[in-house]
Design a binder for this molecule. Structure first.
Ligand code: NAD
Length: 304
C-alpha cells in the first residue's frame, strides 16, 4: 500500500507513545484514524491534538483483552466510517520487569494476556472483516527487540513478543493472497509512557513477583526519555508498509546482537552430510502433507 488517503486505520494503544505517533503520521497522510485505548482521558487528549491538525479521528475505549468489547469496537468502526479498517495497528502493550524466577502466574497472565492475547483478539476480530471487504490492506503489529531473543528480566514480555513475531510470520503467508500485507515492528527503545504501564495492571492480576514502585517507574522513564520519537518510528513503519516489509527494525544498534543470536541458532543445525537420506524423506513427507492440506482447504472443506 502506498496511498493512505481515506484508508481507515484502527490503532490499539493509539492514545500514547508509539500508537499516537502512528495516528499522527497516518492521519497526516490522509487516513481516517480510530484510536482504541483502555484510557478514556488519554483518548480525549489525543483526539483533541489530532483534530487541531485537521485529522479525522474517532476514539473507542477498549481493553484489547476483552473479546466482546473488541467485536463491539469493530461494529462501531463500520458504523462511524462505513467499512472495516484497511489498516490495523496492533500497538497497545504493557511491560513489567523482574527476575524470571520470581514471576508469578499473575505476572504471566497479565503480560501475556495483553501483549499476545490482545494481538490475537485484534487478528481474530478484524482479519475476516478485512478479507470480506476485498480491499488491499495492511496489518502492523508492534513486537519488540525482546521478542527476538530471551531476557532474564522481562521473560513474560519477551515470550509474548516472540509469539507475536511468529504469529505475524504465519499471517503474512496466509494473507498475501487477499492483498493484505503483514509487518512486525521490533523497537528497541521508544520515547513513550510505557514506564507507567504497571498502573494499568488489573486488580485480578495483583500478585506480582516483581518490584513496582515510584523508583522503578522513575528508572524506566530515565531509559525511555532517550527513546526514538514515536513520529520517527511511525515514519519507518510507513516506509515498511509502502515497501511491504515483514520485519521493521529501525534500530541499527541492534544488528550485531541479532546476528550473533541467529547465527548461533543456525550453526546449531547439523550439516546435511550428517544424514542426507533421512533429511530427504522428512522433507518429502512434509511436502506431501502440505500439498494435501492445500487441496483440502481449496475445496473449502475446513473440517477435514
Ligand atoms: N517503549 C519502548 O521502548 C518499547 C520498546 C519495544 C516495544 N514497545 C512496544 O510498543 C508498543 C507501544 O508502547 P509504548 O512504548 O508506546 O507505550 P505507551 O504506554 O506510551 O502506550 C501504550 C498504550 O497502550 C495502552 N494500553 C495498555 N494496555 C491496554 C489494553 N489492555 N487495551 C488497550 N490499550 C491498552 C495504554 O493506555 C497506552 O496508551 C507496546 O506494544 C510496547 O510493548 C515499546
Amino acid at each position: 500500500m502506498k496511498d493512505f488517503r481515506d484508508q481507515i486505520a484502527f490503532i490499539t494503544g493509539g492514545a500514547s507513545g508509539a500508537g499516537f505517533g502512528q495516528a499522527q503520521v497516518f492521519g497526516r497522510a490522509g487516513a481516517k484514524i480510530v484510536i482504541a485505548d483502555v484510557r478514556a482521558s488519554a483518548i480525549e487528549k489525543a483526539l483533541a491534538d489530532l483534530k487541531t491538525e485537521g485529522i479525522t479521528a474517532h476514539g473507542i475505549v477498549l481493553d484489547i483483552t476483552d473479546r466482546a468489547g473488541y467485536a463491539r469496537a469493530a461494529d462501531e468502526v463500520e458504523r462511524v466510517f462505513g467499512a472495516p479498517p484497511t489498516l490495523l495497528f496492533n500497538t497497545a502493550g504493557v511491560n513489567s520487569f523482574g527476575p524470571v524466577e520470581n514471576s508469578t502466574y499473575d505476572d504471566f497472565d497479565w503480560i501475556i494476556g495483553v501483549n499476545l492475547g490482545g494481538v490475537v483478539n485484534g487478528m481474530v476480530t478484524f482479519v475476516p472483516r478485512m478479507i470480506k471487504t476485498g480491499k488491499p490492506g495492511h496489518i502492523v503489529t508492534t513486537s519488540s527487540l525482546g521478542g527476538l531473543m530471551g531476557s532474564a528480566f522481562a521473560a513474560p514480555y519477551s515470550a509474548a513478543k516472540a509469539a507475536v513475531v511468529n504469529l505475524m510470520e504465519s499471517y503474512r503467508q496466509s494473507l498475501e493472497k487477499y492483498g493484505i500485507g503483514v509487518s512486525v515492528v521490533c523497537p528497541a527503545n521508544i520515547k513513550s509512557n510505557i514506564a507507567e504501564a504497571s498502573k494499568l495492571r488489573p486488580a485480578q492480576y495483583g500478585q506480582s513477583g516483581y518490584v513496582e514502585n515510584a523508583d522503578s517507574i522513575a528508572s524506566l522513564h530515565s531509559i525511555h526519555i532517550h527513546g526514538m520519537e514515536p513520529v520517527e518510528l511511525a515514519g519507518h513503519i510507513k516506509r515498511g508498509i509502502e515497501e511491504n516489509q515483514l520485519y521493521i527494525i529501525p534500530y541499527p544498534e541492534a544488528k550485531d546482537g541479532l546476528k550473533k543470536h541467529f547465527d548461533a541458532i543456525v550453526e546449531s543445525v547439523l550439516p546435511l552430510e550428517a544424514d542426507p537420506e533421512g533429511a530427504r524423506k522428512r522433507v518429502e513427507a512434509l511436502q506431501r502433507w502440505a500439498a494435501d492440506r492445500a487441496r483440502v482447504f481449496s475445496k473449502g472443506d475446513n473440517q477435514s
